[in-house]
Design a protein around this ligand. Structure first.
Ligand SMILES: [Fe+2]
Ligand SMILES: [Fe+2]
Length: 362
């Protein structure tokens, strides 16, 4: 409300009517007067009255037009309007309501009726405005709390990722880099922002199951024994076990479980084929291969991004999803993608170590 007493704008071209209304209301309200529609619009925009009493039959611009203009202006749209006129046909009334008026008083009016209606609508407007403020406050609180929860979630995810990376000093930042690339690929494939958020979380945690692998195997240089590879191959299942009870709104646990599956069924742990693998998992796989192949591992030197992209090209459609491979190749070809986090420097003394085909343990 404006000041201690509510401000009411009376719009009427007839001086007698104006006097009657002024006498009725002046004891309780501050009053503004406009004799023409155009003046009413100016006054309402400038002084923000708490309520408008609006005559219909006026020269130049009638009350309907004034009402419709007031409702279209964001500065005046919420001001309650009561039509006050000699036109008493139902059609006149409904037209007023259709234009957004809150009430209709017919002339000749009783002072008590005008007072009662004005009072009721002012109270209603006040309640509405209080409700709007409360809603705005609640929305602010929800936004703030959501941001807090999201920050907490990101913190927890980073800590979980760190737990596994601390044990495996050769792959720091691997999951973060995979997450960045996977999201870029998903963006190029036009996945929704919501789906990309789920993929990001799964990518940040996809190798968390490596916590189960002995450090001696993780850090082992040279060719891995078959038995050691078998141990390494349990990590997607362990990642799944770790995540499966977290009520993410996305199938993150399934994404991590499937990140070593291959289209032709030669992947692990479940030898899934093509359509049985989630699209997010297929994207995660491509990002994982691209990042891992291009980086150093204790059992082989870094091969560079070109070698990684060649691997994807070579097995496009057989091991790796075509659309995901194409999106990944486009990102690097167009120079639009760069890892934010630098790759770990290769440890030179193992640069002569050889790599196994299909020894992708990342
Ligand atoms: Fe992995
Ligand atoms: Fe990985």
């Amino acid at each position: 409300m404006n000041g201690p007493r509510p401000l009411i704008l009376i719009v009427d071209d007839n001086t007698t009517n104006i006097d009657l209304l002024v006498n009725t209301l002046k004891a309780e309200y501050r009053l503004g007067i406009a004799k023409r529609g155009v003046n009413a619009l100016e006054y309402a925009e400038k002084y923000h009255p708490d309520l408008i009493l609006l005559d219909i039959m006026m020269p130049e611009m009638d009350g309907y037009e004034v009402c419709s203009k007031l409702k279209k202006n964001p500065l005046t749209e919420s001001t309650p309007i009561i039509f006050i006129t000699a036109m008493s046909e139902t059609i006149n009334k409904t037209m007023g309501f259709d234009l957004g008026a809150v009430d209709y008083i017919t002339k000749p009016f009783h002072a008590a009726e005008v007072k009662a209606r004005v009072q009721a609508h002012l109270a209603m407007a006040l309640m509405k405005s209080e409700l709007r403020s409360e809603n705005a406050l609640l929305e602010q609180m929800v936004t703030k709390k959501t941001a807090e929860i999201q920050n907490m979630l990101h913190g927890i995810i980073s800590s979980m990722a760190l737990m596994v990376e601390i044990r495996d000093p050769y792959t720091p930042g691997h999951q973060q880099r995979v997450a960045q690339l996977a999201c870029a690929i998903a963006g190029k494939m036009s996945l929704t922002e919501d789906a990309i958020e789920g993929l990001r979380i799964a990518a940040l945690l996809h190798d968390v199951g490596k916590i189960r692998i002995p450090v001696s195997i993780l850090n082992r240089t040279g060719k891995l024994l078959d038995a050691e590879m078998e141990v390494i191959k349990v990590h997607p299942q362990i990642s799944f076990e770790i995540l499966k009870n977290i009520p993410f709104p996305w199938p993150c646990a399934r994404m991590v479980l499937e990140h070593h599956e291959r289209l032709d069924g030669t992947g692990y742990p479940n030898n899934l084929h093509g359509d049985a693998i989630l699209i997010e998992s297929k994207i995660l796989t491509v990002a994982d291969v691209a990042e891992a192949k291009s980086s150093f591992r204790p059992y082989r030197p870094a091969q560079g991004i070109e070698a990684a992209l060649n691997e994807l090209r070579q097995h496009r459609g057989t091991l790796y999803d075509c659309a995901a491979v194409d999106a990944c190749l486009d990102l690097f070809a167009g120079g639009t993608f760069q890892f934010d986090l630098p790759q770990q420097e290769a440890i030179r003394h193992v640069s002569s170590l050889h790599n196994h085909p299909h020894e992708q343990i990342e």
